[in-house]
Design a protein around this ligand. Structure first.
Ligand SMILES: [Zn+2]
Ligand SMILES: [Zn+2]
Length: 188
């Protein structure tokens, strides 16, 4: 797929994971094998990355879906090469700041590019024509942290946001929907 733009796998230096759910980790092993890239992620999701997280309560549904996915696709898990920390600046893409945004998972992170003013927000929200929303309850393992993560993003106030599960709207529109949904709970 990379050859299509005249670029080779050897140019891929890192895989930066927002969190360890299967829909975001399934292809990491193949990418690493082809490119030799290092895998970056938050240590709070270590058990997810290796495919051994023990889901509890409603999130067992998520665990069940992952179990089926692993079986279907033969996922074997990956080890992180580098554990990232909140506020750390990664020497990638002109400098990407790690923004720890727990809630969906414990180690869930966004990545902020000051250069273009965009926050890659991972699965902090889902975003469609009807607006932004929290991920479905059975997909979240520590939902009590969502509120703090939403506030963190509102304070950061990026120019645009790009989520993993969205309808293709541009970054400005995704940010607008996020603020419309999560931006005026307090003081109103
Ligand atoms: Zn997820
Ligand atoms: Zn996802």
């Amino acid at each position: 797929m990379l050859d299509w733009k005249g670029r080779g796998w050897e140019e891929v230096r890192a895989v930066v994971a927002t969190h360890g759910h299967l829909d975001h980790t399934l292809n990491i092993r193949e990418i690493v094998e082809r490119s030799g890239a290092k895998v970056y992620g938050h240590g709070g999701d270590n058990e997810h990355f290796v495919g051994r997280y023990r889901y509890r309560g409603w999130s067992r549904i998520c665990g069940c879906l992952e179990w089926m996915g692993r079986l279907l696709f033969g996922f074997q898990g990956v080890e992180l090469d580098l554990e990232i920390e909140n506020e750390e600046i990664l020497d990638l893409w002109g400098g990407l700041r790690v923004v720890h945004l727990p809630g969906h998972t414990r180690g869930h992170c966004g990545f902020y590019s000051e250069r273009v003013g965009i926050l890659f927000a991972g699965d902090l929200f889902a975003n469609g024509r009807l607006g932004a929303m929290e991920p479905w309850f059975f997909l979240n393992t520590c939902a009590q942290y969502f509120e703090g993560s939403f506030e963190k993003v509102l304070e950061l106030d990026p120019r645009g946001m790009l989520g993993n599960h969205c309808d293709g709207a541009d970054a400005g529109e995704q940010k607008r929907r996020f603020v419309a949904k999560f931006g005026k709970k307090k003081g109103e």
